[in-house]
Design a protein around this ligand. Structure first.
Ligand SMILES: *Cc1c(COP(=O)(O)O)cnc(C)c1O
Length: 376
């Protein structure tokens, strides 16, 4: 059956001619850094997301770091993040001498709990970094209200949710896409992300022209004029070859999202009656682009189910096995708000099933049959 967690080869083969031609053009022109394709892709990404500006950079972690660098924060300022997320979200906060303030997530959506955000705010709080985990928007309606009330920045970690959409009007825009609602949205083009390149890549989106300039400047050694450095920046560029790949794949992103949603619908329908697992829940205010299809496995049987599937050559992954405050490097860092009970409990229960654009009905059937067999 050859089921993969992610099938990047199958996806590539369908667009091989187009991608190969675009990459060859870059090689022929030897425009490896800041080539024309970088500008084309930035413009097309802004168009796709509906953001006024898109600034590309080297990876999603850099995007988060540059976004935080652009806000004029001081050492010791507090940044609110969910305790259940990929480490990059908190890592950049720590690296910049800022204080990560960890708050719990909602059980259903895995996303930061707005109620817990309010409890975590102090006079030192400067920003909130919601993560649109696994592919659905965090509750940006509530988060933007809280941010406005307390005068906080919002930096969206949109690495897993590019293309997801808020349902309704928010920030004066109808059905805004994830990553275009807060001050800055940060995304990743890591190969296995929903829009992945052939290496590392990332981008920031914003509707604020001044902020866009600052982000661009920081990503380019803090220079506006060549060899004149007005602020301390970093070196974070998207290679032209990656921009060429992404510019092709961006045209197919909505198709890719539909494929993921179809696979998710299949799982949701087939597994609805399995009592040992909780299926993913989509909040009513957002679409879900299913970067991951993540089960909550009951009765302490997560690892046994994973093992059972592995014996049948079905891969599965644990995203993430530990909440941030249980990670060795972050144990004594930052501020912990409340018991973070959901984050702890979810880390012990989550199991992500194969999810990608190339899953066949035969494969989905085989996976669901195996899960049902485990509970028989
Ligand atoms: C992938 C990811 C990142 C980091 O992206 P890179 O391109 O790997 O640096 C940040 N946050 C989340 C939630 C991610 O999934």
């Amino acid at each position: 059956m050859n089921i993969k967690m992610v099938d990047l080869v199958g996806q590539y083969l369908k667009i091989k001619d187009e991608v190969d031609a675009q990459m060859q053009n870059v090689i022929n022109a030897a425009q490896f850094i800041n080539g024309a394709k970088c500008r084309d892709f930035s413009a097309n990404l802004a168009g796709y997301t509906g953001a006024a500006h898109a600034i590309t950079c080297a990876n999603g972690t850099d995007a988060l770091q540059i976004a935080l660098m652009s806000l004029g924060l001081q050492r010791g300022d507090e940044i609110i993040v969910p305790a259940f997320t990929y480490v990059a979200t908190a890592e950049v906060i720590a690296l910049l001498g800022l204080v990560p303030v960890l708050v719990d997530v909602e059980w259903d959506t895995f996303n930061i709990d707005p109620q817990k955000i309010e409890e975590a705010i102090t006079p030192r709080t400067k920003a909130i970094v919601p993560v649109h985990l696994f592919g659905q928007c965090a509750n940006m309606g509530r988060i933007m209200e809280i941010a406005a009330k307390h005068n906080l920045y919002v930096v969206e970690d949109n690495a897993q949710a590019i293309g997801a959409q808020w349902k309704g009007v928010l920030q004066g825009r109808e059905n805004p896409k994830s990553g275009t609602i807060g001050n800055v949205g940060c995304t990743s083009f890591f190969p296995s992300k929903n829009l992945g390149c052939f290496g590392d890549g990332g981008a920031m989106t914003t509707n604020d022209a001044e902020l866009a300039q600052r982000l661009h400047c920081i990503a380019n050694h803090g220079q506006k004029v060549k060899y004149h450095h007005s602020i301390i920046g970093c070196n974070s560029r998207l290679d032209t070859l990656q921009a060429a790949v992404l510019d092709v794949k961006l045209k197919y992103l909505d198709e890719y999202i539909s494929s993921r949603q179809s696979a998710a619908d299949y799982y949701l329908q087939e597994l609805a009656s399995v009592e040992g697992i909780e299926l993913p829940v989509t909040a009513d205010y957002t679409t879900h682009v299913y970067h991951q299809f993540t089960l909550k496995v009951r009765d302490g049987r997560r690892d046994a189910l994973k093992e059972f599937l592995a014996e049948r050559e079905i891969p599965s992954m644990i995203y993430y096995p530990l909440p941030l405050h249980h990670q060795e490097a972050y144990k004594d860092m930052g501020v912990i708000v409340g018991g973070l009970e959901n984050s702890v409990e979810l880390s012990g229960r989550v199991l992500s099933l194969p999810m990608h654009t190339e899953l066949t009905e035969e494969q989905l059937h085989y996976i669901c049959k195996a899960i049902k067999a485990f509970y028989r």
